[in-house]
Design a protein around this ligand. Structure first.
Ligand SMILES: NC(=O)c1ccc[n+]([C@@H]2O[C@H](COP(=O)([O-])OP(=O)(O)OC[C@H]3O[C@@H](n4cnc5c(N)ncnc54)[C@H](O)[C@@H]3O)[C@@H](O)[C@H]2O)c1
Length: 387
């Protein structure tokens, strides 16, 4: 909070310059004082929506914040839930808590759902250019929500209900999860068949219609793609409906860090080395390239799996100075010539744009590329996932 009020951004995609411009002009103030809720005309709730240990939706943050709002009612206020969640949350969970204040939706306050659709690390689209979806509990809530977000987004698309907006957001992420699972499965098959999955994706991408490239990798991460399918699957059970396709995709993607680990063991074996005592350098701790987010990152699964097998594991990530693995804290090592040449295997786990891949290939003993970033590069020491 103090950092935001000093104009210091901790979010990779948001510059401190842009943040401090709105802080110094008085347009933005951060506070943890919940009584300030009653000072504003509109509230956007964007708290975390994680899973619990049994992979069930954990709405405790949303519930807590709604309880706070109901303690500080303000007539005429617009409340918009932005957190990703299953269809029905706004109406079935949020609304009854808000109405505990005694105020009635559509008369005393307005309620809508508008999903957060930002793609961290994506330089092509931002909050302004990504169309904003809006689903109001009633038509006045939808109208006010659209009016608010038109100040931020170039396009606001109003759908028929909060449920439609909630479902659209989950569908977008389930769509990604399933397509990534499909290409991960194809990568495993291509390896057995001696065909390069990367060549196939590049060739298929030449079709101008009906195909959209997705890429295999060491597993899905972040706080959206691996979690959101479980939100929908959990809600579907209320309708005696099993989302088999979604659960299969989650299963395939969750197996990928284990597959990558067993590939590394096989690679070491093929080079006459046991994984026990081998030195493995993992490049990239984040869940995808060019972000500083390690939530649900495949690297955080691969590193302990390799350590359990007796490997000495080092990692480098320019965005992440240290990581916790069990009781241990590992510090990012310098990506020096010595470090690369001393490692028995260097694993490209996140394909950050700042890495000099030819330098890595030239100095490493074996490079295991799980992202296909080296596919146009030469080097006898490169082994790629899905080849
Ligand atoms: N970050 C993204 O790029 C992104 C993209 C799409 C959707 N989402 C969705 O947006 C939601 C938030 O994600 P995030 O990555 O910003 O989460 P986050 O973990 O960064 O937390 C968001 C904010 O919530 C605050 N917070 C936590 N508990 C709180 C509480 N009890 N009361 C008030 N504030 C509280 C935190 O301090 C933080 O500022 C999730 O539902 C996520 O799925 C995020």
């Amino acid at each position: 909070m103090e950092a935001v009020n000093r104009g210091e951004s901790y979010i990779g995609d948001l510059s401190s310059q842009a943040l401090s411009a709105v802080v110094t002009s008085g347009q933005l103030q951060a506070t943890t004082d919940q009584s300030r809720i009653a000072d504003v005309d509109a509230l956007c709730i964007c708290v975390p929506t994680p899973l619990n240990k049994r992979k069930e939706p954990d709405l405790s943050y949303v519930i807590h914040e709604c309880e706070e709002i109901s303690k500080h009612p303000r007539r005429g206020q617009l409340i918009v839930l932005e957190s990703t969640t299953y269809p029905g949350t706004t109406r079935e969970v949020v609304l009854p808590i808000l109405e505990r204040s005694g105020l009635r939706v559509g008369h005393d306050f307005y309620l809508a759902y508008s999903p957060e659709r930002i793609d961290p690390g994506n330089k092509s689209y931002d909050v302004k250019t990504i169309p904003k979806l809006m689903g109001g509990i009633d038509s006045e809530s939808a109208r006010l929500g659209a009016l608010l977000y038109r100040h931020v987004a170039n396009t606001v698309i109003t759908v028929s209900s909060p449920e439609a907006a909630e479902m659209t957001k989950i569908f977008e992420n389930v769509f990604r999860n399933i397509n990534i699972a499909l290409v991960n499965e194809l990568a495993l098959l291509c390896k057995y068949m001696g065909i390069s999955v990367w060549e196939i994706i590049d060739a298929a991408s030449s079709k101008p219609f009906g195909f959209m490239p997705f890429y295999p990798g060491p597993g899905v991460g972040g706080h959206c793609i691996p979690l959101d399918p479980y939100y929908l699957a959990s809600k579907a059970k209320e309708y005696d409906f099993h989302t088999r396709f979604i659960e299969l995709a989650a299963e395939i993607n969750e197996q990928m860090p284990y597959r990558v680990t067993s590939d590394i063991i096989d690679i070491m074996n093929a080079h006459g080395k046991s994984i026990k005592g081998a030195k493995v350098l993992v490049l990239g701790a984040t869940f995808k390239k060019d972000v500083d987010d390690i939530r649900e990152s495949p690297s955080l699964k691969i590193i302990p799996l390799l350590r359990e097998k007796g490997a000495e594991v080092l990692y480098n990530d320019p965005y992440i100075p240290e990581i916790r693995i069990g009781q241990d804290t590992l510090a990012s090592v310098e990506l020096s010539r010595e470090c690369l040449s001393e490692a028995d295997c260097t694993v490209i786990a996140a394909d950050h744009s700042c890495y000099e891949y030819q330098y890595i290939i030239d100095n490493a003993n074996i490079v295991f590329d799980t992202r296909g970033v080296t596919r146009t590069m030469k080097g006898k020491n490169i082994i790629r996932l899905g080849e």
